[in-house]
Design a protein around this ligand. Structure first.
Ligand SMILES: *Cc1c(COP(=O)(O)O)cnc(C)c1O
Length: 396
């Protein structure tokens, strides 16, 4: 059967039961808009969860991927390719890792985190460095290693026992000071907790984390899978905190929707992996890295980092101007916006938005997440204002 009318039944019958029933069947996208199988148009302010940095079907990405797939799509890591080296060098430059930096490519955020967990295990010291710290309510992925770090017990429980040595600590400087000593191999932190509802770290947290990890010989590993590549108004969120991590996990926005993940190491952390200790069949293949070069090149060329900062502050302004009593708090940075609601109606609000043609996301019952494409301009912001005001009215 090729008919799209009964897609929901086909999904239920063919797709693994690990997913909730989808919201709609989407068939096409262009810029900041997508269309469903019935021809209805939506303004997409989720962008595939902060993935479609250039929006949908951007000609620069379409050209790069079409040209590369017609030239050389995949060769295995027995061989180097030009797009792979170009992207690795570009990531060294934009992260500031520079000449001491090294890059490992995988195919997803979880794989970037898996590489980082192996990096942490290689930071053994005299053998007593066996602990890994991550934060309560953090999200680092769904594979067994990355899930071990994820700070949501409900996601972990069915799959225990998980990786030994991982501790989830409260997101306070005090909890960090208490937990940190010479037995810690690494601390994993998201600069903004996206899946938790776009929750900012306490003031000074990253600076203190940098001091303590350095003092005790632990790696500071930042998960910028969601906050990275321009979304927060700088290439990476850490660049607004005056610190440099030992490793940076990236994915989501790097290649604008083509699957990719990367771990970038800084300084001495670049010397930990030895030949043969990690690998990936697809990781860093010319198709995905050509997409990455196209996306990062276009972000730079079109000034989309400044646009992310601008559109983020306009979004905050618009939400404040709508003045709904449902909005209790505005969180996040740049074009990653969290709205704290005064009532636990996030799912209803996201559904009401969808009903009027706006895609937003409810990561939990009292938070809305906005992560629009970085190409959004005034026309889309005006459209957002109108649609979001309608949705708020429908729920209030
Ligand atoms: C999405 C995400 C991940 C996992 O990435 P996948 O590509 O889904 O494996 C990990 N960490 C953060 C912060 C994320 O937002």
């Amino acid at each position: 059967m090729t008919d799209n009318d009964n897609w929901r039944e086909r999904f239920g019958a063919a797709m693994m039961g690990s997913f909730a029933s989808p919201i709609a069947m989407l068939v096409r996208g262009e810029g900041a808009h997508v269309w469903d199988s019935e021809g209805t148009r939506y303004l997409d302010f989720l962008a595939g969860i902060a993935v479609n940095a250039l929006g949908h079907a951007h000609p620069v990405l379409v050209d790069a991927v079409s040209t590369q797939v017609a030239t050389l799509a995949h060769v295995s890591n027995y061989f180097a390719t030009p797009p792979q080296l170009e992207l690795a060098e570009r990531l060294r430059r934009i992260t500031g890792a520079g000449d001491r930096g090294r890059v490992f490519f995988g195919n997803s955020g979880a794989e970037a985190i898996e590489a980082a967990i192996k990096l942490a295990r290689l930071n053994r010291g005299d053998g007593s460095r066996t602990r890994i710290l991550s934060l309560v309510n953090s999200f680092h992925g769904r594979t067994m290693g990355s899930l071990s770090l994820t700070g949501k017990a409900a996601m972990r429980e069915a799959f225990e026992p998980l990786l030994p040595g991982v501790e989830h600590i409260a997101t306070t400087i005090e909890a960090l000071e208490e937990a940190m000593d010479g037995t810690v191999a690494a601390l994993f932190v998201e600069p903004i907790k996206g899946e938790a509802g776009v929750i900012d770290l306490p003031d000074g947290y990253l600076q203190r984390a940098r001091e303590l990890t350095e003092q005790h010989g632990a790696l500071l590993i930042l998960d910028e899978i969601q906050t990275g590549v321009g979304r927060t108004g700088t290439w990476f969120a850490f660049q607004q905190h005056g610190i440099v991590p030992d490793a940076l996990a990236l994915a989501k926005g790097i290649a604008g929707g083509v699957p990719i993940g990367a771990l970038v190491t800084f300084g001495w952390a670049s010397d930990l992996f030895k030949p043969g200790q990690h690998g990936s069949t697809f990781g860093g293949n010319p198709l995905a890295t050509a997409a990455g070069n196209a996306v990062l090149g276009e972000i730079e060329r079109a000034g989309l980092i400044d646009n992310a900062a601008h559109l983020g502050s306009r979004l905050r302004q618009i939400v404040a101007e709508i003045g709904s009593p449902l909005i209790a708090e505005i969180r996040g940075q740049g074009a990653l916006v969290g709205l704290g609601l005064s009532k636990p109606v996030a799912a209803e609000l996201a559904a009401a938005a969808f009903a009027v043609g706006l895609i937003i996301n409810a990561p939990n019952e009292s938070s809305i997440r906005l992560a629009p494409p970085l190409i959004v301009g005034d026309a889309e912001l005006d459209e957002f204002r109108e649609l979001f005001a309608k949705a708020l009215e429908a729920v209030a």
